[in-house]
Design a protein around this ligand. Structure first.
Ligand code: NAD
Length: 423
């Protein structure tokens, strides 16, 4: 099938790459010229394990191409995916500017019957709005069906998740359109769930918010464990062995960040307010997540009796989680800003994020090696649990510091026999 994808970010690029890998002709469109220039040279603009190989293979096989021209992208498309960003607006609601633009772009270029698949995470009723926008702005009379197929991939595992996802949700008001989209994905051999569009939209928000609640829950249990002398890792193991609960998403730590959970929980909370339905559990998860970062930084400040002026503090990890370069809503940013504002000399290192514009206003030193980062540090903060940090030779690292205390923001160093200073 001839497929066009609007938005070549984490979701659009991975979806395009995988659809080309299973034999479709895919053209990816983006308004960001820098991204498209890189992709045309076969260079991925994002860090995602396994993506480069899939891109290389399918570009070479002429099944995958890139453009900034909507006209070129839509010329032969039978199915168009929308995978543009839906960032958080000021009131918490999702900002639909890019979605509305994408719908108008489609309408302007439509030249045949078309199925539009919405991968972006969008509030209830947005798929209806997209269909209406295309129908009212299209020149000519064509059959247009909009299908909601929310995306569940995790950054850092995006390729694997797309090939081996738990389910593909197909929300359609037209059975035939739904069956064509099922056929498009059939080679992936992933279970399908067919629903109406609004249920599909809700599945995405409900699933993300549920996971956010689970994370905030274990974080609050962890804070209590610390006070009462229980070990949250054992508690999580004991809870997780109950198959009704499961061990996933019970890793206590700094809380969630990234481009999805923070904005999707806010959008669901907004939807609740808008419809005068209480979903206070989600409000509480959001609040607990915000507090978790503050608690962590406060613990560092308390350790130095409130005075970190001139103290070297090493921060390990910038990305919001391991195996990604995504800095959106990363806890590291809040933590570094607070420490720097209190006069600390902050040194940072991340295996992938070498510098970030989110910290341009902040006096921070980017280290090239772990050793350089921790040298003479009085505190070491593990903020992102990259494998190379967890598996580092901590005995050697600690010997380089000024008798530093380690603050393990991800609760991953507890089994490290050599460490006696984990907080
Ligand atoms: P992203 O910011 O990485 O990429 C979006 C891309 O869309 C950008 O490159 C932008 O330039 C492009 N764009 C915007 N308007 C455009 C237009 N009119 N025409 C062409 N290109 C346009 O976003 P993302 O992380 O891939 O997320 C996309 C959507 O998928 C969001 O709704 C998000 O909530 C959802 N989602 C993301 C993830 C994730 O892990 N990143 C997972 C599941 C769902």
């Amino acid at each position: 099938m001839n497929v066009a994808i609007i938005g070549t970010g984490y979701v659009g690029l991975v979806t395009g790459a995988v659809l080309s890998e299973i034999g479709h002709n895919v053209i990816c469109l983006d308004i960001n010229e820098e991204k498209i220039t890189k992709l045309k040279k076969g260079v991925s603009p994002i860090y995602e394990p396994g993506l480069d190989e899939v891109l290389e293979r399918n570009i070479a096989g002429n099944r995958l191409s890139f453009t900034t021209s909507a006209e070129e992208a839509f010329e032969n498309a039978e199915v168009i995916f929308i995978a543009v960003g839906t960032p958080q607006g000021e009131d918490g609601a999702a900002n639909l500017t890019h979605i509305k633009q994408a719908a108008k772009d489609i309408a302007m270029h439509i030249n045949r019957d078309l199925i539009v698949v919405v991968k972006s995470t969008v509030p209830l009723g947005t798929n209806d709005l997209i269909e209406e926008t295309i129908r009212t702005n299209a020149i000519g009379s064509f059959q247009i069906d909009v299908v909601s197929s929310p995306e569940f991939l995790r950054e850092g595992h995006a390729i694997n998740d797309t090939f081996h996802g738990d389910r593909i949700v197909i929300g359609s008001e037209n059975e035939h359109a739904g069956s064509i989209i099922e056929a498009l994905f059939i080679k992936l051999n992933i279970p399908f769930l067919h629903t109406n569009r609004r249920s599909a939209e809700m599945i995405k928000y409900a699933a993300n918010a549920f996971l956010a609640v689970k994370i905030s829950y274990i974080n609050q249990i962890s804070n209590l464990c610390e006070k009462v002398g229980a070990d949250v890792n054992d508690v999580a193991d004991g809870m997780g062995m109950d198959h009704r609960i499961g061990r996933a998403f019970l890793n206590a730590g700094l809380g969630y960040g990234g481009s999805c959970f923070p904005k999707d929980t806010e959008a669901l909370a907004y939807l609740g307010r808008e419809n005068e339905v209480s979903i206070s559990l989600v409000d509480a998860a959001i609040q607990a997540n915000k507090e978790q970062r503050i608690l962590f930084v406060n613990r560092v400040l308390e350790h130095f009796n409130g005075n970190v002026e001139g103290k070297k503090i090493a921060v390990l990890g910038l990305a919001f989680k391991p195996n990604t370069d995504d800095m959106r809503e990363a806890p590291s940013v809040d933590i570094i800003r607070t420490l720097s504002a209190n006069g600390a000399e902050v040194h940072v290192i991340d295996p992938v994020v070498k510098e970030t514009e989110l910290l341009t206003e902040v006096a921070v030193t980017y280290s090239k090696t772990l050793e350089e980062c921790v040298q003479n540090a009085e505190a070491v903060l593990l903020v992102t649990e990259w494998e190379e940090f967890v598996r580092a030779d901590w005995e050697e690292l600690l010997a380089l510091t000024k008798n530093a205390t380690i603050f393990d923001g991800r609760n991953v160093l507890h089994n490290h026999k050599l460490i006696s200073q984990v907080v």
